[in-house]
Design a protein around this ligand. Structure first.
Ligand SMILES: Cc1cc2nc3c(=O)[nH]c(=O)nc-3n(C[C@H](O)[C@H](O)[C@H](O)COP(=O)(O)OP(=O)(O)OC[C@H]3O[C@@H](n4cnc5c(N)ncnc54)[C@H](O)[C@@H]3O)c2cc1C
Length: 303
């Protein structure tokens, strides 16, 4: 809970960069979720670290959200402060075939930059919606290509805001849709990524082909949170859910997509409870039908 003293201190330090009682449905692509006590959007690293220090001093939890494209916020109010780095959007070339990308850069900003400037290596990210902070925390990717493989180092704020460290790739452990090696509560501020010089037309052609394929295989016109489950080794969560007879299954306003069974769509008025009920149902039915255990990919905000 945010007391009056913390509220005043946050307002004094962040001005318009702090909002109170914010519905998280507005910050997540599924468009569900109750309010957070506060959402902090720091203008720069100093504001971020000061906000983290204030929260630590007042023993208030914080949660980071990027674009909210793989996050599910509960219906109940989230006690704590949500941090969003949407104002850290600097993206620049660095010597040695590298890009410095701040966490708030969006996937479309990065893809556009690579297409226009002729940088190859990140084409796979075309159409993976979100912020670069979210990409890194999730090790986003497509089969055989993930962002973790491109990371030279990460700039990370410690959970209490006391330090900004530059962690080389050797200290990080990227696995399938996850990044290990950061202290819980750490905030990724930027990344140094490896890229190659490539003909801009070739980058654009690959991006266009990937976007076209996505349009045919994913439900892009309804609110969703992308893949709900990780693919188990050697199989696909979507195939298993479909085989268990759940394609199109509904709970309230949430529906297992008729286009791709590993997506849950908000067809209108869905709640987080509807989505969680479908997640439980899919897990149980798949286990009963094929024996496979599905592991959740989507992150529960604050969970
Ligand atoms: C239509 C659709 C298609 C998708 N296709 C793909 C796909 O092909 N491949 C794929 O990998 N994913 C896919 N996704 C999922 C999603 O795009 C990725 O997981 C992406 O990385 C989410 O980024 P985000 O900024 O929205 O993360 P969020 O959902 O905001 O956050 C995800 C996690 O990252 C953490 N996080 C975010 N920013 C930071 C930060 N700065 N510091 C520390 N932690 C942070 C959050 O706390 C949370 O745990 C898809 C989603 C949708 C809706």
């Amino acid at each position: 809970m945010i007391d009056a003293e913390l509220r005043t201190a946050l307002e004094a330090r962040l001005g318009g960069g702090v909002r109170f009682d914010v519905p998280l449905a507005r910050l997540t692509s599924l468009r569900v979720g109750g309010p957070a006590d506060a959402v902090v959007t720091p203008a720069d690293r100093a504001e971020l670290c000061d906000a983290l220090r204030l929260l630590a001093r007042h023993q208030v939890d914080h949660f980071v959200i990027g674009g909210g494209f793989n996050s599910l916020a509960s219906d109940a109010p989230i006690e704590g402060v949500v941090i969003q780095l949407a104002k850290l959007r600097k993206l620049e070339e660095r010597p040695g075939g590298r890009l410095r990308v701040e966490a708030g850069v969006s996937h479309s900003q990065l893809t556009r930059f690579c297409c226009e400037q002729g940088f190859g290596g990140l084409e796979f990210g075309a159409g993976i919606p979100g912020s670069i902070g979210g990409w890194l925390a999730m090790n986003a990717g497509i089969p055989d290509r993930e962002i973790g493989a491109r990371v030279v180092e990460l700039e990370v704020a410690s959970p209490t805001g006391r330090r900004l460290a530059h962690l080389p790739a050797e200290r990080l452990h990227f696995t399938y849709r996850s990044l290990r090696g950061l202290a819980p509560g750490s905030v990724i501020v930027s990344a140094l990524l490896d890229v190659e010089r490539r003909d801009p037309a070739a980058v654009r052609a690959e991006v266009d082909a990937l976007l076209a394929r996505r349009g045919q295989t994913q439900p892009l016109s309804v609110p969703s949170c992308g893949s709900v489950f990780k693919n188990p080794p050697g199989d696909y969560a979507g195939r298993l859910i479909e085989a268990a007879g759940l394609k199109g299954c509904r709970v309230g306003g949430a529906q297992i997509s008729t286009v791709h069974a590993n997506f849950i769509a908000n067809t209108g008025g869905a709640t987080a409870s509807d989505v969680l009920a479908l997640i439980d149902l899919a897990r149980e039915r798949v286990r009963a039908h094929s024996g496979a255990r599905l592991e959740r990919e989507v992150r529960i905000l604050g969970g």
